[in-house]
Design a protein around this ligand. Structure first.
Ligand code: GLP
Length: 240
């Protein structure tokens, strides 16, 4: 793993956006894996700026999002569908048919998951995957578990994740289930960029980088990825 440490979240966002912008410039029809949460917002803001300045275009880019809540209306303010449209898709020239977000309300979750994996494969695989990290070391919604997960699946969220994310839910209650790409799907990406900011992530980052590779810290498997870069601010890197 390559580790790069930044002064603050803003400079980290510029660096992360630069990696995605270069990917788009080198391969205009690239396939991007995208993430939600507070961490990627500066990255998306910068990509919007670059697109407005006509330095990059999403016209031929395809995207796959890591995860989505179950049992939450698609247009709820906390759905990842809404998040992605408000923070990126509505602000750039991407074609809606090239946007792939899991349907957390699908009647048949297993089919939804299998179709999603098949669509990633049909698109030629993910060129660059953006990741945040949960306070408990989760990636996507792959929670600490007894074994690493493989493909996309429906997951029950842990108490730690419910606590970390419940602050956003004031209208509808926070869902207890989500659909997520599996650890195997994430590891299949050709390149991975993990971003983490703030002191709450310091222990998870320490366990990811210095700890043993274990499904109890799902992000620790990134030690085995051939092309993975961690972009950290000083607080997230403070225990390294
Ligand atoms: C959620 C998402 C993850 C994200 C994590 C951290 O649980 N499913 O993909 O990495 O939150 O979010 P934040 O960046 O807001 O700390």
């Amino acid at each position: 793993m390559e580790i790069r440490i930044f002064e603050d979240a803003a400079s980290l966002g510029l660096a992360a956006a630069d990696i995605f912008a270069q990917t788009i410039k080198n391969k205009p029809s690239c396939v991007l894996g995208l993430a939600t949460g507070a961490s990627p917002i500066p990255t998306y803001n910068r990509l919007v700026e670059l697109c407005n300045a006509k330095e990059i275009s999403f016209a031929d880019v395809k995207t796959f999002n890591l995860d989505e809540y179950c049992d939450l209306p698609k247009d709820d303010k906390n759905s990842y569908y809404t998040f992605m449209h408000e923070n990126l898709f509505n602000l750039v020239d991407i074609k809606e048919e090239n946007v792939n977000i899991l349907d957390g309300n699908a009647a048949d979750a297993e089919k939804e998951a299998a179709d999603f994996d098949a669509a990633i494969k049909a698109a030629g695989g993910i060129d660059v995957q953006l990741l945040g990290i949960g306070n408990n070391g989760h990636i996507g919604f792959n929670e600490p578990a007894d074994a690493f997960t493989t493909g996309t699946f429906k997951v029950k969220l842990t108490e730690s994740t419910l606590q970390a994310n419940s602050r956003y839910f004031d209208e509808n209650p926070m869902p207890h289930y989500a659909l997520t790409m599996g650890v195997g799907s994430i590891m299949d990406a050709k390149k991975i960029v993990l971003i983490a900011t703030g002191p709450a992530k310091a222990q998870a980052i320490f366990n990811t980088v210095k700890g043993e590779v274990t499904p109890q810290v799902p992000a620790s498997i990134l030690q085995q990825h051939p092309d993975c870069v961690l972009l950290l601010d000083k607080a997230a890197a403070s225990l390294l």
